[in-house]
Structures are given as C-alpha cells and as structure tokens.
Design a protein around this ligand. Structure first.
Ligand SMILES: [Mn+2]
Length: 412
C-alpha cells in the first residue's frame, strides 16, 4: 500500500487529539511474546504505520497546534540479523509509513519524557479490561508513566482509533477485495473436493489456497462444522466426520496485508441439498438479500438485525417452525447479530452508531435448528455507499443451483 494511506490514517487520529497531547502505540500486544505470528501485530500500530515489525513504538504528538509522528525502531544487530533477519532501516520505515522522524527505541523514553514535560495528556491504546486474557504492555507502561509524571493524564486512545477506523480508504478496500478473492479461491478448492470426509480434511483445501495465492494468513480460525456442529457458533474443533446427507458450514477468511475477509457458506456434503435443507437455505439467502437492500447510511447494525428478526418471524411461521412469531421463538433458531465491522481486525474496532459511506460490514444471517442437525449461515462482506451498499464478495457462489452445478462439474 502507498504510504499516503497511513499518513491519512494518522491524520484522522491526530485531528481528534487534544492540543498538547501525545499518543504512544506499541507494535506488540504483550511484553513476553518473542515469536508472534505475522498477523498478531498490534492492529492499531499497523493501521497508523503499515509496518509489520515487533519491538517498535510509534509516537503521535500535537504541540501548540503542531502535529507530527516519530517512529522508534530497533537498531541493527549483527547476531540477530543472522538468526531472525535484520530489522528495517530508518529509510525503509519512512518509505513504508511516510514517517520522516525515525529514532532508535533506546531514546523512546527520554524523547517521550521531553514531550510529557509540556503535555498534559498521554493516550495509549489500552485494551478494555476483560477483553483480552494476555497481559497488556500498555497497562504496565501506563502505571510507570503515572508514577514518573504524576501530572500527566493517561487516557485511552481507543475511541479516536475506533472513530478513524470506521470508514475505509479506497486502498484499504483493495486489500479487502484481495483477501476476499483468495477466500473465494479457497472455497472453490473445497467445493472441488466436496464429499464425505473429516471436517479438517475439507478445511485443508482452503488452507492450500491461502498459501498458494499468497495470503498473509488467516483472518481468524476456520470453522468447518458439519451437521449439528454448525449450531455451535464458534465450533472450531473441525474433527468430526462430515456425513453423506449433512450440510457443512464454513466460516473462513484470508488475511491480506492485515486486512480481513469474513465469509460463510453452507454446502451439502454429498453435493445435493435435500428439499428441507434447500427450503431453510433459501430462507437464509433471501434474508441476506433483504438485509442488503436495507443496508445504507443512517441505519445501525442493530437496526439491520431488527429487520432480519422481523423477517424471520414471518418466514419461520410460514413453514411451521415457530407458532406465534415471538422474539423468544426466533431467538431459539437465530441468536447472533447480522453485522459487524470488518477491517484490520475481523471484528473491527469501529463506531457502532449510524453507518456511513465507506464502512465495511458483514451480512450474515443464520438459522440453527439443532433438533434437525442443521445449521446454516451465509455471510458476505458489504461496503456501505452514498445511497446503499455494494457486495464486496459477489463472486463467491451461493445460490443452491450454482453450488450443486459447480460441485458436479468440477469434482476432482
Ligand atoms: Mn462474521
């Protein structure tokens, strides 16, 4: 991505900062993890810099109305270079992030100290208590700063980051489209091999595409849930045998340059939907289309979910699955939300108030009928536009006829 994307991301946060304040964003999440996966980088740090490297700190400052950014990086170390590779140079950091002021981490605390003598507020991207089990480096750092600079107020920078991340720039959308296309390749690879086998075996055909098409990694652990397993929302053991006659629900996504795809599809293991499976599947699919028609600036994701629930009340009553059409009855078969924001986190940090042009959200209605061993979810990623919405994943097949035809014609 061009460095101008990250310059704009920083501007969005700097604009919201109080005068005479600084924000420190660490590239790592926890202090004691040496070898983390590429996509475990602190997403706020990535969002503001485009740099994937551990041990760095980014400082944003606003002093007397003047704003700027400094990146603190690791110095070259010959032995480390031989073991794990050389860290990025100052020039490379500038080229990636557009940040001109690059210093070494050893000077971070003294430079910060100079700012804190003049500044009254330090923002940290503190993780809300209870959200993560891992020890948060920011917590430790926050206590230290409070001790050293008692007059400085430590605030959470998350509301500002959240606000900035709510709408996506065109280049960010390009990364998401790329993640979606790789996800599509993986889904097609699954379909080519669709037959009764273990869930993890079907999942492995997705994994192959992730590598082959050059994804950065996974957006989240893949769910491959056949039969009644699909009624558990976050089932990810993926170790049951997918039986002839059952459906299998996949909820998966590639990660590309830290941007996520989040797609769900529900396929017949033997290549053909039964009449009942198709009946339920089409209710979910039509529900998804209905939500898409409603999606536009001004609505909240909660309101979209309300439309979906109303739709289910009527449709599930029509087929006799529920009797009265009450909230409780619907909740028995549908018990999550229809949308969340997607970005550098699969459940992206974003304002959950009225949608705006440039928001990217999931559209994922589901139906889970445990007593019939059927769980269905169809999920696509949707961009909110000026007047409505645009599918970001229209190439991923989802009509039952198309799916059956694809399996039949492409079976390996
Ligand atoms: Mn989702």
């Amino acid at each position: 991505m061009d460095k101008s994307v990250f310059t704009e991301n920083r501007r969005r946060v700097l604009d919201q900062m109080e005068n005479n304040s600084v924000m420190a964003v660490f590239s790592r999440r926890g202090p004691d993890v040496t070898f983390q996966d590429k996509y475990e980088i602190n997403r706020n740090y990535y969002y503001l810099s485009g740099v994937v490297e551990y041990g760095n700190v980014l400082l944003l400052y606003k002093n007397d109305g003047k704003t700027g950014s400094t990146m603190f990086i690791k110095p070259y170390d010959e032995l480390k270079a031989k073991w794990v590779g050389a860290p990025k140079t100052q020039e490379e950091i500038t080229e990636i992030s557009g940040i001109e002021e690059v210093e070494y981490v050893e000077s971070f605390e003294s430079t910060l100290g100079k700012y804190l003598e003049k500044c009254c507020v330090l923002y940290l991207d503190l993780i809300p208590k209870g959200e993560e089990d891992i020890p948060d480096y920011c917590d430790v750092f926050s206590s230290k700063v409070k001790e050293m600079y008692p007059s400085v107020e430590v605030k959470s920078g998350r509301p500002m980051l959240q606000h900035a991340r709510t709408t996506k720039q065109p280049e960010e959308l390009d990364q998401m489209r790329k993640a979606i296309e790789i996800t599509n390749k993986g889904i097609e690879n699954i379909l080519r091999h669709m037959r009764p086998m273990y869930e993890y075996q079907l999942e492995s055909y997705f994994d192959q595409a992730i590598k082959y098409y050059g994804a950065t990694g996974y957006a989240f652990p893949t769910i491959a849930a056949s039969g009644a397993n699909a009624c558990c929302l976050h089932y990810s053991d993926n170790n049951s045998f997918a039986e002839d006659g059952d459906l299998i629900l996949f909820d998966l996504g590639a990660n590309y340059n830290c941007y996520c795809a989040d797609i769900s599809r529900t396929f017949p293991v033997n290549g053909k939907y039964t009449r009942r499976q198709k009946q339920l599947y089409d209710i979910v699919l039509n529900a998804q289309k209905m939500v898409f028609e409603k999606a536009r600036p001004g609505y909240t994701t909660k309101e979209l979910n309300g439309f979906l629930r109303e739709y289910y009340k009527a449709e599930l009553k029509k087929i006799g699955l529920i009797e009265e059409g009450t909230e409780e009855e619907v909740s028995k078969y549908y018990f999550h939300g229809v949308s969340h924001h997607i970005g550098v986190d699969v459940h992206d940090l974003a304002d959950y108030d009225a949608l705006k042009p440039g928001c990217v959200i999931s559209n994922e209605p589901g139906l889970y009928i445990a007593e019939e061993g059927i769980g269905i979810r169809i999920e696509d990623d949707v961009l909110i536009t000026e007047n409505g919405a645009e599918w970001l994943s229209p190439q991923i097949i989802k009509e039952t006829d198309d799916i059956e035809k694809f399996i039949k014609e492409n079976k390996i």
